[in-house]
Design a protein around this ligand. Structure first.
Ligand SMILES: Nc1ncnc2c1ncn2[C@@H]1O[C@H](COP(=O)(O)OP(=O)(O)O)[C@@H](O)[C@H]1O
Ligand SMILES: [Mg+2]
Length: 289
């Protein structure tokens, strides 16, 4: 079977075992936070399309909209949730009542939008969330966190909870600088030593490698002492823009487009390499204290 065959099979939800290597770790859930520092670089699109791709392959996936106060995963998916995480935090709803079903059977925990009150969670609110969230772990294989822009405390907490952090940037110096700043804070203040890198909106094959090398050079020069692993790159693709306007996922609507192909490739790598571990809700709480 050639690689293209493998990808086609994967997209039909047949083949997940790419190398036969088991994922590392002993827990049963795989958490991945997708963060960028800068807004508008493609976090939400990547998370939602990755979720769809994994779900198409039979995985149970929860998309956790961690962009508290400005959540928009549901908009990208064309969903209109009645309730959101804010109702969980306030105790009005249980988490099961808030989670909604999205395309391809993905589950979505909407964040809510337009409430500054929850854009920074306090210890009590975190505890309320943690108790509800822990009950969910048995229900999913993957929890993907769509992290908000910026370098707020919420960003740091959710990145730490997820165990694994994927930083997404494009090739613009502004996005690059913010990706670096985010990794710097997460490594220096939160002990995060390992990062996956996704380079989005590339125009050529080599762009991803170039950005990766440059980030490694800068982090070496400033002694961040971190490992940055290039997870993959995603081409600039008009179908992404089109699918956003249609409030549909490009992996669903335009599965043959370059961006969809790139996301499937990244999904295969993640299936092979993402360690299973408990989501670090306790670690998140300890940081809050
Ligand atoms: N690979 C891509 N090709 C073309 N446009 C893209 C691509 N990725 C993102 N975009 C554009 O960038 C916009 C912002 O993406 P989004 O995922 O909402 O970013 P973020 O969550 O980081 O703020 C999208 O609405 C889309 O127009
Ligand atoms: Mg977003």
């Amino acid at each position: 079977m050639d690689q293209a065959d493998g990808l086609r099979k994967f997209s039909r939800g047949v083949s997940l075992k790419t190398s036969g290597r088991p994922a590392i770790g002993t827990g049963k859930i795989r958490g991945l936070a997708v963060a960028s520092g800068k807004g508008g670089v493609g976090k939400t699109n990547f998370v939602a399309n990755l979720a769809y791709t994994l779900a198409s392959a039979g995985k149970r996936v929860l998309v956790f909209d961690a962009d508290m106060g400005l959540g928009n995963v549901h908009i990208l998916l064309g969903l209109a949730p009645r309730f959101n995480m804010q109702h969980v935090i306030s105790g009005e709803k249980t988490i099961e009542e808030v989670i909604i079903r999205g395309p391809g059977g993905i589950d979505v925990l909407p964040a809510g939008s337009g409430h500054r009150k929850y854009s920074e969670l306090n210890g009590e609110e975190m505890l309320a969330l943690k108790t509800e969230l822990e009950a969910l772990e048995a229900d999913y294989d993957y929890v993907l966190f769509d992290i908000g822009a910026g370098i707020s405390a919420n960003v740091m907490y959710f990145c730490s909870a997820a165990n694994e952090v994927a930083v997404i940037t494009n090739t613009e110096p502004t996005a690059f600088a913010d990706a670096y700043a985010l990794m710097k804070i997460l490594s220096r203040d939160y002990g995060q030593r390992r990062f996956r890198l996704i380079v989005n909106s590339v125009s050529g094959r080599r762009d991803g490698e170039i950005v990766h090398r440059r980030l490694e050079q800068v982090s070496d020069r400033f002694n961040l002492n971190i490992a940055i692993e290039l997870l993959g790159s995603i081409p600039y693709d008009e179908m992404v823009v089109k699918s956003v306007r249609e409030q549909r996922l490009f992996t669903e609507r335009y599965p043959g487009c370059g961006a969809a192909e790139a996301v499937r490739k990244i999904a295969r790598t993640l299936v092979d390499t993402l360690p299973a571990a408990q989501i670090g809700w306790d670690r998140m709480l300890a940081m809050r204290a």
